[in-house]
Design a protein around this ligand. Structure first.
Ligand code: UDP
Length: 239
């Protein structure tokens, strides 16, 4: 690992399921603690970090078929608040200063999302956890991650997943799946690769913000990506 970080300000997107450990549901505190420990080390290297967490380990709007979609999406957004507060707690126990900002106001437990205030927290070295997605139904936390990344001027979106990167076919199903180390947005679209949902992906492409998809399950991977190790798949505007 090189000893200088490659980035100054990053946006980390954690899928809700990546917090659930082996059980598949809820929050696994050993997983959250290991993520928090890595973030602490990254903060010590002087990197500014915003985080968006999904809610899929607790609730997904589109999956709740018997419920009104809009109401279900609000429940999904609240699930991301639960995850955000759990991560905040783990980080602060390790001495990392944080703020949770929510896109739906819940002032008793978090700040409302205010961009300028978020920027100030980042400059002061606080990790800002952006909760409740975009605050709108029919969106995903991937879209929230891209939106916040652009708003705060992050240099890259680090999308943590359960696999090593973007593959030509689903690596969970096909043992011969081939991983891409680099892709352009156009190539990913043409090959119909599922990097993010289409709203999130086009926002990325339009604003030319690079994405790195990598495996959260491997030791020190967040750190390795930030220090410029070529793991995962890098998706950019040009090759
Ligand atoms: N959600 C929403 N608007 C947003 C972000 C999220 O309605 O801007 C809801 C949606 O129901 C989604 C759920 O919150 O299914 C959890 O988010 P997501 O599925 O993106 O979580 P992840 O897959 O990253 O765990």
């Amino acid at each position: 690992m090189q000893n200088k970080p490659k980035y100054k300000r990053v946006l980390l997107k954690l899928g809700g399921e990546s917090l659930s450990g082996k059980g598949g549901y809820g929050v696994d505190f050993s997983v959250i603690n290991s993520i928090a420990l890595q973030i602490k080390e990254i903060k010590q290297a002087g990197i500014e970090m915003g985080i968006v967490i999904g809610g899929g380990n607790i609730f997904r709007g589109a999956a709740a078929k018997s419920m009104d979609r809009v109401s279900a999406d609000y429940v999904g957004m609240l699930a991301t608040v639960i995850n955000s507060l759990a991560l905040q707690d783990a980080l602060e126990k390790k001495g990392v200063w944080t703020r949770v900002q929510t896109a739906i106001e819940i002032q008793k437990l978090a700040e409302p999302y205010i961009r300028r205030r978020a920027m100030r927290h980042l400059e002061k070295g606080r990790v800002v956890i952006f909760a409740a997605g975009t605050g709108n139904p029919y969106f995903t936390t991937d879209t929230a991650a891209v939106l916040r990344a652009i708003e705060i001027g992050a240099e890259v979106i680090l999308k943590a997943t359960k696999v090593d990167g973007v593959y030509n076919v689903d690596p969970m199903i096909h043992s011969n799946a081939i991983k891409y180390s680099r892709l352009t947005y156009m190539a990913a679209l043409k090959k119909r690769l599922k990097v993010m949902d289409s709203t999130a992906f086009s926002l990325c492409m339009d604003n030319k913000i690079p994405i790195i998809v990598f495996n959260l399950g491997k030791k020190d991977n967040i750190k390795r990506v930030i220090f410029g190790e070529k793991i995962g798949t890098l998706i950019t505007d040009s090759r």
